[in-house]
Design a protein around this ligand. Sequence first.
Ligand code: HAM
Length: 428
Amino acid sequence: MPKTAQIFQTPKGFHDILPQDQKYWERLRKVVRTLAAEYGFKRIDSPIAEDSGLFSKTLGLSSDIVEKQTFTFKTKGGDSLTLRPEGTAGVMRAYIEHGLSVMPQPLKLFYFGPMFRYEQPQSGRYRQFYQFGFEVIGESDPVIDAQLIKVFYNIYSELGIKGLTVQINSIGCKVCRPGYRSLLKDYYRNRVKKLCSDCRRRFKENPLRLLDCKDEKCQLFKSQAPHTVDHLCKECHDHFKSVLEFLDELELPYNLNPFLVRGLDYYTKTVFEIWPDSAQTQVAALGAGGRFDDFIEVLGGKSTPAMGAAGGVERTVNLMKVQEIKVPSAGIRPKIFLIQLGDRAKKKSLVLFEEFRKAGLAPAEAFSKQSIKAQLRIADKIGTQISLILGQKEVMDGNIILREMSSGVQEIIPLEKILNEVKKRLKK
Ligand code: HAM
């Protein structure tokens, strides 16, 4: 290695998804795709970078994400772009930009892709992480909220994840939230000095987030703070009551959590999070979301109610491993192994491989290996049912040897008949 060569590593908070982990990702992608189709969601992909204003002007200036967690850069042309910290803003931008409101509503969309947040990396918290997200646009009926929560619950159940808890709350709307916010401020006013430094800031900028504090110092004050659900307007109260009734009907277990307020500013009414059994893994939500009835209007669209949620892929995959969930290996499992000996056989094997592949029977092979022993050993390891052996003599005679791997029985077959012969045997 030259003296100057530098060993590079992934940047802090970024990670590789190695071949041995792909099967978990593939399984999750498949479950997400299948459930999306079953519940009538269409896929949407928005770009990973957006105009910085899309996030800074809409997600809430005081939200942690916008305040300190965005990857923002200037292009050579002088535009300010931000790597998306979440998917909802981009999807709603696309909804407005492409006039998707003319499509039958509610419009159900889903996505799966990387998000970027400049966080302090720790277990289950990365700077680049993947989310799958589901959004239902154009409908305010509480049945939508309940069914969306059910979709998420089903994704985790379908994966075989055990010990899930759904936390749910309603944080009201622009009618009732201002009253609740001032009530909360009144409650905290005399206690501000005793709060942690983050909460002293939250008190001024975003009092609802006081309920989200994990600092030991603030817990007692938090536990006695007024609850959002006790101060909802009639519409929000009735809406939340219906959401819970629908969840009861679905027999979906949930915990009412008066401290659940969420970190993004666009939420109205229902908010929820799905948590794993905390004893087992990182103490962080697997997936989360809620209703955001004012967001599309804030982005310059027509007033349009919406509800959605997103799940963290890495957190889900980590939990699948902790719970030792069995998943089929990614990729295809070849049933045939193609062995070649000598130059002419190698050339012929390359062509034979293509014939089998086109017929949907791509064989395993080790074309760069010379010895029959080495190739048979690999075939054994993969566990193929049949090995096809092509030597110099077989090429000259227009034949190939078919070996049944379990018995070791070998037969000579004319090359032009081998594909059909293999098909026949695999059917048995
Ligand atoms: P969020 O709660 O910020 O909501 O993120 C959703 C999920 O993404 C979290 O529950 C977690 O599993 C995962 N996640 C978030 N940050 C990280 C991280 N740094 N590392 C690993 N995983 C992470 C949203 O993003 C909203 N857009 C959800 C939504 C959709 N609301 C309405 N529609």
